[in-house]
Design a binder for this molecule. Structure first.
Ligand SMILES: *Cc1c(COP(=O)(O)O)cnc(C)c1O
Length: 239
């Protein structure tokens, strides 16, 4: 067992173990309901939570964590003691001036949503001598605003990604629209995922489903879930 960095609140490990067990059983139930026998990847979203939690999660069998802000993620990547057995996903809106930094520590970047960011990340990865797994973020909102390329433009962006030597196109990602039934939105994402997959056979991922809607995402074929608050607890207010 790894000794977590820094002070860890007593009982935190047990707390994380319990909530992780609940989420894992929700996932198992949703897979059963969907008649699926494959195993989706659980990306535990650790934004706003300390590196010591990431260390504890590794001990509990978690292999993938997600972060959404460059400054916090870059610091945490250095602080965790389990870096060699944790895949780090960048899932937040990416500014092209941060792409060089993200390319140095992220293993996966899920939030590529415009050509400028694709080019910047490809340059950053090349400079770092790395090849990154990436997904194209698709907007499922009727009105834009929360990031993501329009459904009708996703394939073009995927084609652009696939042409970059330093990026490996893995599929698509989306967040369900606010205040709407997630299931039909994830069905639209599934259609985009199929279209991208048909053109790029290696792009098998569909990253969808968070604490509140993972069942709907799994019913529509999600291969990657991004779950934060259901495992770590409610986040401190936005800083
Ligand atoms: C924060 C975040 C999540 C996790 O959300 P929860 O509701 O806490 O599970 C998933 N995806 C993205 C893009 C996020 O920013």
């Amino acid at each position: 067992m790894t000794e977590p960095a820094g002070g860890v609140a007593p009982g935190r490990r047990e707390e994380l173990a319990a909530s992780l067990a609940v989420v894992r059983s929700r996932i198992a139930g949703a897979l059963r309901a969907a008649g699926r026998e494959d195993e989706p990847t659980l990306v535990v979203v650790t934004k706003y939570f300390p590196a010591s939690d990431v260390d504890l999660l590794a001990d509990l069998g978690v292999t993938d964590v997600g972060e959404n802000r460059d400054q916090e993620a870059s610091a945490k990547a250095l602080e965790i003691t389990v870096r060699d057995r944790m895949r780090l996903h960048f899932i937040g809106q990416l500014q092209s001036n941060k792409a060089g930094s993200v390319a140095r520590y992220a293993d996966v970047v899920q939030s590529l949503d415009r050509p400028k960011v694709v080019h910047a990340l490809a340059r950053g990865a090349q400079a770092a001598g790395r090849v990154l797994d990436v997904t194209v973020q698709v907007s499922l909102d009727a009105v834009g605003g929360r990031g993501g390329v329009a459904v009708g433009e996703a394939l073009d962006l995927a084609d652009l990604v696939a042409g970059q030597d330093a990026l490996r196109l893995r599929g698509v990602m989306a967040v369900a629209p606010l205040g709407a039934d997630p299931r039909p939105a994830f069905a639209r994402l599934r259609a985009v995922a199929d279209e991208v997959r048909a053109a790029h056979p290696g792009a098998t991922w569909m990253s969808a489903g968070m604490s509140g809607d993972l069942e709907a995402a799994l019913a529509e074929g999600a291969t990657h879930l991004r779950v934060g608050s259901a495992i770590l607890g409610s986040r401190p207010p936005h800083r």
